[in-house]
Ligand binder design. Structure first.
Ligand SMILES: Nc1ncnc2c1ncn2[C@@H]1O[C@H](COP(=O)(O)OP(=O)(O)O)[C@@H](O)[C@H]1O
Ligand SMILES: [Mg+2]
Length: 102
């Protein structure tokens, strides 16, 4: 355990790396250029575990990352919604999966 306390307290805590990012003292700049993409997969009204009616678009043919705080539903979204939806739509044929990626 690195820190225990309230939100205003973590913002002022000198030792907490999380606090430094939350206060804006540290920043991670997004890349200046992102690879262009054309095709994507759109999921609408995702509801599972704590996901409540989430709409999301996954670009295809580019490296894509799902990020968010622990427990926000990243694994649920990818493993319980995206993956089963693709399996239902496309089956498990490697050829069809290659077509999705290209
Ligand atoms: N199989 C499950 N049954 C019930 N609740 C679950 C299950 N899997 C995850 N959860 C809950 O759903 C929420 C999102 O979890 P999860 O998708 O693992 O988030 P993340 O991957 O972003 O950390 C959490 O509150 C977690 O406890
Ligand atoms: Mg997870």
């Amino acid at each position: 355990m690195i820190f225990e306390g309230t939100y205003p307290e973590i913002l002022k805590d000198g030792k907490s790396l999380t606090g430094k990012y939350l206060s804006g003292h540290y920043r991670i700049e997004p890349p200046a250029h992102v690879r262009k993409w054309k095709r994507s997969i759109q999921l609408e009204g995702c509801r599972q575990n704590n996901l409540k009616n989430v709409d999301v678009e996954f670009p295809l043919g580019v490296f894509t990352v799902v990020s968010g705080v622990s427990g926000s539903g990243k694994t649920t979204l990818v493993k319980q919604i995206l993956y089963p939806a693709l399996m239902k739509l496309k089956g498990s044929s490697p050829t069809v999966w290659a077509n999705i990626a290209s």
